[in-house]
Design a protein around this ligand. Structure first.
Ligand code: AGP
Length: 609
């Protein structure tokens, strides 16, 4: 996700301070960087695509006058990673500059409205509507303060934001505000800072003020003033002393990125619900017209494809073929043709096996669609249509938040397809969309209520030699993903397969105390799954069940169980049921003294075949 920074200094140049702060936000992942400062009533700006050191070498980011300014590291969501889309963004007259982290859901309609009023947009970003809206407020009422112009602007914005705004009209102030995207102030004798994250200013001060959702802050050399956006009432907030070492600060206090990223799943799921409608519409149209659809990916992304095949089949009555990318050419290289559609799913957008499958399909004139987390990745360039899932960078090698976000986007595609094909009533559509909207909160509850119990289960089974992960129906995909997580970061050999397969061979492995993890949503498969649990129990297996809360029948059969909230529809169940498995793998790795973020032998993006 993007990083923002701003500073008001009592003395000294802002540009080098901003530059250094942006360097400390690099871990957040980015593709472009920019700064803007104010000096003697003028706005100065430098920005470009590329890493900070590269851009600095070309443009000299320290060479901007003035003791007040803002900076930004951009993780592209709307608009390719190009200089024109880098932040800061300015108004028509180049007097106001804004930097933004977040996603504006209603930017298309706001942009249309502003263009009709004569505003000229330079970029393809959603952010640019903010600065033109502020300009508009000031044009309509020249005596309005910058703070009030920003406050009124934010009342028009739907979505998430952490913004910092400067203007030649009030050259000694920064106005910043947040909704969902993080924003924190730093204070010392010489300056006041605003940033997306504490590491940006930690070497300069350990005195921080956390800004809450719906708050707007005016920064000046006198300090800061916090107001509520909804009614402008003043807010007082105590300063916190941060006792993190810089290393901890980068993980925002979490011991590992993987745990931080699991905890980020709710906000990432909210971001997937802010997808631009026309991308979903366009992609579902291509899927609707396809004669055959292959869902192609590797590893965790393949498990998302497997889950999606159940979603497309159950909701839209569309048969799709999930294929492990490294097998695609062997399996379908000769048969794929102009009537085929490939939906390639890749968090990095750079996985060699997936790109090789895509290249084979393209050579045979098939239609290629892409779902990725990285704007500007190769997959976005070779896809006819692509969707960026907007999860922000995933630092941990093990995919966690990007997996649940992939599932959310794929379920939205399946829903649109079902509607387009008339396979679902409006009531069913409304119900599933309402449940999808509720999922971020559901995952939040799971993490809050079950994390401690999962930690205990990991401790209890940390010396187990192997595990089964079993599910039926769409939960087979959840089981496969839970197995992969345990293998890749806790190095525990684990086996996953559809629970119905146990009696066809694998059950011979079971002996007393053998841990078997069952994924048990209350769906059509549950009754048969109880039978599978009984057959494992009969052979002395230790049952670990992920169940819907209050499912006493299975809870009684299990040695240990983890509960997820009631009412999760079957087709959405992997999104919630996988989180306990991700936490189980994480705590098992920690119990065994391993490094969850950087597991042995693995790379975050496998760019070799
Ligand atoms: C997942 O935890 C692994 N890191 C790995 O299986 C990964 O999912 C796979 O390499 C695919 O990566 P991609 O989504 O970037 O294509």
């Amino acid at each position: 996700m993007c990083g923002i920074f701003g500073c008001v200094l009592k003395y000294g140049n802002a540009a080098p301070v901003i530059h250094a702060a942006l360097k400390r936000l690099e871990y957040r992942g980015y593709d472009s960087v920019g700064e803007a400062t104010l000096h003697e009533g003028r706005l100065y700006m430098k920005k470009d695509q590329g890493k900070i050191d590269e851009v600095h070498k070309i443009h000299d980011l320290d060479d901007l006058p003035g003791s007040i300014g803002v900076g930004h590291t951009r993780w592209a969501t709307h608009g390719a990673p190009l200089q024109i889309n880098a932040h800061p963004h300015t108004d028509c007259n180049g007097q106001i500059a804004v930097v933004h982290n977040g996603i504006i859901e209603n930017f298309s309609e706001l942009k249309r409205e502003l263009e009709e009023r004569g505003h000229v947009f330079k970029s393809k970003t959603d952010t640019e509507v903010i600065v033109h809206l502020i300009e508009d407020k000031i044009k309509a009422n020249p005596s309005v303060s910058l703070a009030d112009a920003v406050l009124e602007t934010l009342k028009r914005i739907d979505g998430s934001y952490a913004i910092a705004v400067i203007s030649t009209r009030e050259p000694n102030k920064i106005i910043c505000a947040r909704n969902e995207s993080p924003l924190v102030l730093g204070i010392n004798e010489n300056a006041v800072y605003c940033a997306s994250d504490i590491p940006a200013f930690l070497p300069l001060t350990n005195r921080a003020v956390i800004i809450e959702d719906g708050e707007l802050v005016t920064l000046s050399s006198d300090g800061f003033e916090i107001r509520k956006i909804v009614d402008s009432t003043l807010v007082t907030r105590a300063t916190k002393l941060i006792d993190w070492m810089p290393e901890m600060a980068v993980k925002r206090g979490y011991p590992h990125f993987m745990l931080k990223e699991i905890h980020e799943e709710p906000s990432c799921l909210r971001n997937t619900l802010r997808m631009q409608e026309h991308y979903l519409e366009l992609m579902s149209s291509f899927l609707d017209r396809a004669r055959e659809v292959f869902l192609v990916a590797c590893g965790t992304s393949y498990h998302a494809c497997l889950a999606a095949s159940y979603m497309f089949s159950k909701l839209a009555f569309l048969a799709t073929y999930p294929v492990v990318a490294s097998e695609f050419v062997e399996q379908h290289g000769k048969s794929v043709n102009i009537d085929s559609t490939i939906l390639a799913v890749s968090q990095s957008g750079e996985t060699a096996d997936t790109l090789a499958a895509v290249e084979c399909a393209r050579r045979r004139a098939a239609t290629v669609l892409g779902l990725t987390n990285v704007m500007g990745s190769t997959l976005t360039r070779v896809s006819r249509v692509y969707i960026c899932q907007q999860s922000g960078p995933e630092i941990g090698v093990a995919a966690t938040k990007t997996f649940t976000s992939q599932l959310s986007v794929l379920s939205q595609l399946a829903l649109r397809l079902a509607k387009k094909r008339g396979k679902i009533s409006q009531d069913e559509m409304d119900f599933l969309e309402e449940r999808l909207e509720k999922l971020p909160e559901t995952v939040e509850v799971i993490i809050q209520k079950q994390e401690g119990k999962i930690k205990q289960i990991a401790k209890k089974y940390k010396d187990a030699k192997t595990f089964f992960f079993l599910g039926r129906g769409i939960s087979t995909a959840t089981a496969l993903e839970g197995r992969l997580k345990l293998m890749e970061i806790a190095y525990v050999p684990a086996i996953a397969f559809p629970a119905g397969e146990s009696k066809h061979g694998p059950i011979s492995l079971v002996e007393p105390g053998f841990p078997v993890v069952f994924i048990c949503p209350k769906d059509e498969t549950r009754k048969t799954l109880v039978g599978n649990i009984m057959e494992m129990k009969a052979r002395g297996a230790s049952i670990i069940a992920v169940v819907e809360e209050g499912d006493e029948e299975i809870e009684k059969l299990a040695e240990d169980y983890v509960e997820v909230p009631k009412g999760i529809p079957e087709v959405l169940s992997p999104i919630a049921f996988v989180t306990p498995l991700q936490l189980l793998a994480y705590y098992m790795a920690v119990e065994k003294g391993y490094t969850p973020d950087t597991p042995r032998n693995l790379a975050k993006s496998v760019t070799v075949k």
